[in-house]
Write a protein that binds this ligand. Sequence first.
Ligand code: HQG
Length: 182
Amino acid sequence: MSKANTNASKFLSYILRHEPESIGLSLDTEGWANIEELIRLANASGNPLTVEQLFSIVEKDEKQRFSLSSDNKNIRAAQGHSLKSVSLDLTEATPPTHLFHGTAERFMESINSKGLLAQQRQYVHLTENRNTAIETGTRYGKAVLLSVDRQRMVSEGHKFYQADNSVWLTLAVPPAYIGVVC
Ligand code: HQG
């Protein structure tokens, strides 16, 4: 992806996950923004964005961070929201046997006592891909790869959801279900 599109993708993540009102945009309750309005407000706020660029970002983004409505008129972030006003219409699903979370060493003392918490976001983010988890942990320091005992969690009533881009979401993971892989 070009540098301009990487910057535009970061801008879209920020607007669609966290701060739509910073450019005067409203999302509906399921997190959708009207594309025409988004483009108009982005440009008016000094963040140049064309409709072609937006569709190219949606298509090429390596984590498939954005989803389009079936009529291609609306866009939303597939996951990662901190906005309390957004409730993704996610259906409960059974995750794969191996489910990971990447964190940083400096968070481990707190994670050992409180478990994994959603922090600023709505959900704890989990992945079946070990490398993705390690990369995610590395953003915050020396990475620690954690496994989640999803089988026990499901049998003990915890719910899991899968975002449009295959990221697994759950409200929290108590310490008893967490293992350190490396
Ligand atoms: C940690 C990326 C202390 C948690 C990724 C993480 C993901 C605790 C940080 C998505 C804790 C929160 C989300 C506790 C959790 N005490 N620290 N009890 N519980 N933590 O960024 O999962 O590139 O909000 O381990 O691929 O790192 O943005 O969540 O280190 O899917 O699309 O608190 O972001 O995708 O950090 O990342 P974040 P995350 P994108």
